[in-house]
Design a protein around this ligand. Sequence first.
Ligand SMILES: [Zn+2]
Length: 317
Amino acid sequence: MSKRFIGSRQTTIGREIELSGTGVHSGAPVSMVLHPAEADTGFRFLVSKRGRIISEIPADVRYVKNLTLCTVIGDDAGVTVGTVEHLLAALRGLSIDNCYIEIDSREVPIMDGSAAAFVAAIDEVGIRELAQPRKYIKVLKPIRIDEGDCWGELTPHSSFFLDVQIDFETPLIGRQRMALEMNAGAFRNEISRARTFGFMRDVENLWKAGLALGASLDNTVALADDRIMNAEGLRYPQEFVRHKMLDAVGDLALAGAPILAAYRSVRGGHRLNAHVLQALFADKEAWTMVRAPWVRDPVSVDVPVGVAAVNYAADRT
Ligand SMILES: [Zn+2]
């Protein structure tokens, strides 16, 4: 049994977390420190250079600079942080609202290609409940984006429901679809360990373009024409669509608060996820901010690891 706070208040991490690894695109070493943050901070990247913070970049869709292979956010001076999605997925997926992410490189470390290392690190320090009620972005009407044969749609829903479908010609993937009521337990058990994947046939072109320099079988499920190159095989049935769900949780964290909606994506990716969010925020009648009701005492509940946290249906304020 592990002690977890579940309820209507905002949360942050229990204490500082130090992590290090490699950037999947740069191949460069990265050190990162996650710091607890006060209520209404959201997720904010503090980019450091030689020990000095040179930029503070909110993990917010308005700061998105590039969506080609991973999600890149940046400031107006040209400082950027890439591959933010798996870390943001771990934070949002475990129902954390506020965190500073200090980083000494332009890319979040890839770790094992999933959110597992971030989840393990957060588990070690625990989650702290703050006094202020949690805020949600409540979707009020459907928002749909079509891009070629891809589409993504947010529709009103009382919690966060995720329905993702992918379709790849290779029989190693094929068509995969998974739908889940997303909460901390579902994220941890069904999604968090799903790794990123790539095709061997693309590797040479990526390397020529100076990308995927840190990619290896330690952090990517690599697909050849007729087989998976990783000796250990897959971690889950349908690991590929689960990873796309992980990416969607991370990309939608750029909303700045948890979303009350059902999100359906078909053949989507980072670009589509960000474009759906941008379309949502462009329509003032499509969403509203709601707040969980104030509660007098922190709610402390013993929950076995992996058991779903309650879904909080917030009242409209
Ligand atoms: Zn990913």
